[in-house]
Design a protein around this ligand. Structure first.
Ligand code: PEP
Ligand code: MG
Length: 575
C-alpha cells in the first residue's frame, strides 16, 4: 500500500527512484578506548582520515569550479577551512593522547562540545556553523569507517533519505546518480536546500518520520513542488507522477528558447529582468540566459572564507571581471554587508555580538570603518572604466547614513578624477531597502538615491522578527505575509512617483509563482537567481498586468496564510 508523507518542498520538480538511506555513523558502535601504547597509531589514523576528507573536498572543488554557482563553492571553501583548522584537529588528538579515546569517540566528543558551544550562543548564524561542524566531522567519521560500503540496492537514479546533507555531499551524490532528496530535518534555507535548488534536484525537507518509515531500496516519489513524498506508490500514482515529470522536462526544454526573447507581458509592458550573482562565472551564465544586467553582486563573497582582507587592487580586478562578463549590461555592486571574519578577528569588541543581524553591518559597518569602505568605493568606481556600474548600499535605516555615504563617495570620485583615473560619468547609487523603517521612510530616502532595491529576505526577517536561517521559526518567516507585501508595495509606489526605478532582488522575486503578484503590485525590475530566470521570464510573458492589479492589491489585506495561498493560486491559474 502506498504511503504519503508531507514535508516542506524546497526544490521543485518530480523525482522517482529507489531509496538510499544515509544513516549517521554511530561512534557508539565502536570501542571507546584504545589499547595502551597505541596512541601514536591512533593519532596517525585520525590524521589520515582528516587528510582523506580534505583531499576529497579539494577534488570536488577542482571538478566543479566554474560549473556551479559561486554560493555553492563557498560552502565547500568553508568546510575545507574548518577541516584544515587546528582548532578542529588539536583537541581530537589531545583526547586520543590523554584520555586514550578511539578516533571515533574523540571526534564525536569534540563535535558535541563544539555544537553545544555554538548552540548556546542562540544566534541563527552561529547555529548554521554548528551544522557545518556536524557535517565536517561526519565526513571524517565516514573516512574512518573502512568497512567496504554495502552493496547498494538502489543503483543509479536513487533518492537520498537522510536527516540533513552537507552541500558537498549533495554535489557528490548528484555526481553518483542521485535524482531526488528527502531530509527529515532542515528548511528552505538549509545548505542542502540551497544547493538542491541551484542544481534542480527535487527536494523535500522536514519529513520528520522519513528515516523510520522509508527503507533501503523502497520505490519512492519526491514532489518538490507540493512537498509530498509517496512511498511504495501504486500504478496510478506512478502514472500520474511520470506524466507530470515528462511535462516538466518538456517545459525545461521549451524554456531554453526564451533566453533571447524579451521579458514583455501580454499587455506589452516591458520588464527589466536581471540576475543575482556571486562570481564572474555566475555572471557569464546569467548573460547566456539573457539577463539584462546584474541587479545584485554581493561583494561579501570576495571577503568570505579567508583570513585577510582583499585590498583595492584585488577588489578592482574582481569587479572588472564581473563587469566585463556582462558585455556592456549594467552591474550593481553591493558594498559590504556582513562583517568579514578577517575584520572581526581584529575587533574583539565586535566579535560575538549578541545579534549580528541587528548590529554593525551593511552601511553601518562601512560608515564606522572607512578603512573598509573607502578602498571598496575606490575599486567600485574604477571598475566603471570596464562597463556600466551601479553601487548599492545595504542595510540603510535613515537618510543621514545615505548622505554620509554619498559625501564619501563623491569625495573619492573627485580624488580619482584628480589622479586622472578613468571613471564613468554616470554611476547611479541605490539604497537596498531591507529594514522595515527604511521601507516606511522610502519617501524621505527617495530624494537621496538614484534607485531602490528591495531586499525581501531581510525585510521579511525584520518585519516578522523571524530569523531567516532559523528552522524553529521557519513557519513564521513568510515573505507573503501582508505586512511584508504592504512594505514592498509602498516602496514600489514611492519609487514610481519619484521616478526612481525599484528592483526586487530578494529570493521572493526568484519564485515564478510570485512573479504575477509582484507585477500586479507595480514591480517592473526583477533581479533573480540565474536558476529560475527563464521560468520568471515565462511567467512575465504569460501575464496581463491590467487584469491582475486589483486582485494583487487584495492580497495586501489577506487575514491568513491559507487565504493568501488561495489568492496566489487564482492569480497563477488565470492564464
Ligand atoms: C535581501 O536581504 O533580500 C538581500 C537581497 O540581501 P541578502 O540576502 O544578501 O541579505
Ligand atoms: Mg539583505
Amino acid at each position: 500500500m502506498s504511503l504519503m508523507l508531507s514535508g516542506t518542498g524546497v526544490s521543485r520538480g518530480i523525482a522517482i527512484g529507489k531509496v538510499r538511506l544515509l544513516h549517521e555513523i554511530q561512534p557508539r558502535a565502536v570501542a571507546s578506548h584504545i589499547p595502551p601504547g597505541t596512541e601514536k597509531q591512533e593519532v596517525e589514523r585520525v590524521t589520515a582520515a582528516m587528510h582523506a576528507a580534505i583531499a576529497e573536498l579539494r577534488q570536488l572543488q577542482a571538478r566543479l569550479r566554474d560549473k556551479v554557482p559561486a554560493q555553492i563553492m563557498t560552502f565547500l571553501d568553508s568546510h575545507l577551512l574548518m577541516l584544515e583548522d587546528e582548532t578542529l584537529s588539536q583537541p581530537v588528538i589531545q583526547l586520543i593522547e590523554e584520555k586514550k579515546y578511539t578516533s571515533e569517540w574523540a571526534l564525536a566528543r569534540h563535535r558535541d562540545r563544539l555544537v553545544a558551544m555554538f548552540e548556546k550562543i542562540d544566534d541563527a548564524y552561529l547555529r548554521q556553523r554548528a551544522e557545518d561542524v556536524e557535517n565536517v566531522i561526519s565526513k571524517v567519521l565516514r573516512k574512518l569507517d573502512d568497512t567496504p560500503a554495502a552493496e547498494k540496492e538502489s543503483g543509479r537514479g536513487y533518492i537520498v533519505v537522510t536527516s540533513n546533507l552537507a552541500a558537498a555531499d549533495v554535489l557528490e551524490h548528484q555526481h553518483d546518480g542521485m535524482r531526488g532528496l528527502i531530509c527529515s530535518h532542515g528548511g528552505t534555507m538549509s545548505h542542502a536546500a540551497i544547493v538542491a535548488r541551484s542544481l534542480r534536484i527535487p527536494a523535500v525537507t522536514a519529513v520528520h518520520p522519513a528515516l523510520d518509515l522509508l527503507h533501503e531500496a523502497d520505490e519512492v516519489i519526491v514532489d518538490g513542488s507540493s512537498g509530498m513524498v509517496v512511498a511504495a506508490p501504486d500504478k496510478r500514482s506512478l502514472q500520474h507522477y511520470r506524466k507530470m515529470r515528462r511535462s516538466e522536462n518538456q517545459r525545461q526544454r521549451d524554456l531554453k528558447a526564451l533566453a533571447a526573447k524579451p521579458a514583455r507581458t501580454r499587455d506589452r509592458i516591458t520588464i527589466n529582468l536581471q540576475a543575482n550573482v556571486d562570481s564572474p562565472a555566475d555572471a557569464g551564465m546569467a548573460r547566456r540566459l539573457g539577463a539584462e544586467g546584474i541587479g545584485l553582486y554581493r561583494s561579501d563573497s570576495l571577503f568570505a572564507n579567508r583570513d585577510d582582507l582583499p585590498d583595492e587592487r584585488e577588489q578592482l580586478a574582481m569587479y572588472r571581471r564581473i563587469v566585463r562578463a556582462m558585455q556592456g549590461r549594467p552591474v550593481t555592486l553591493r558594498t559590504l554587508d556582513a562583517p568579514p571574519a578577517a575584520f572581526t578577528a581584529d575587533q574583539p569588541h565586535h566579535a560575538g555580538e549578541a545579534e549580528p543581524a541587528l548590529g554593525l553591518r551593511g552601511i553601518r559597518l562601512s560608515l564606522a570603518h572607512p578603512e573598509l569602505f573607502e578602498p571598496q568605493v575606490r575599486a567600485m568606481l574604477r571598475a566603471s572604466s570596464a562597463g556600466p556600474v551601479r553601487i548599492l548600499l545595504p542595510m540603510v535605516s535613515n537618510v543621514t547614513e545615505v548622505q554620509l555615504a554619498l559625501t564619501i563617495i563623491e569625495r573619492i570620485r573627485l580624488e580619482l578624477l584628480h589622479k586622472k583615473r578613468t571613471i564613468a560619468a554616470d554611476i547611479p547609487i541605490g539604497i537596498l531597502i531591507e529594514v522595515p523603517g527604511a521601507a516606511l521612510a522610502a519617501r524621505q530616502l527617495a530624494g537621496h538615491a538614484d534607485f531602490f532595491a528591495i531586499g525581501s529576505n531581510d525585510l521579511t526577517q525584520y518585519t516578522l522578527a523571524a530569523a531567516r536561517e532559523d528552522d524553529d521559526v521557519q513557519h513564521l518567516y513568510d515573505p507573503l505575509h501582508p505586512a511584508v507585501l504592504r512594505l514592498i508595495s509602498e516602496v514600489i509606489t514611492v519609487g514610481e512617483k519619484a521616478g526612481k526605478p525599484v528592483v526586487l532582488c530578494g529570493e521572493l522575486g526568484s519564485d515564478p509563482r510570485v512573479c504575477r503578484l509582484l507585477l500586479g503590485l507595480g514591480l517592473r525590475h526583477f533581479s533573480v537567481q540565474p536558476a529560475t530566470l527563464l521560468e520568471v521570464k515565462d511567467s512575465i510573458r504569460r501575464s496581463d498586468v491590467g487584469s491582475i492589479k486589483t486582485r494583487a492589491r487584495r492580497m495586501l489585506s489577506s487575514d491568513s496564510r491559507a487565504r493568501t495561498e488561495r489568492m496566489l493560486n487564482r492569480l497563477i491559474e488565470d492564464d
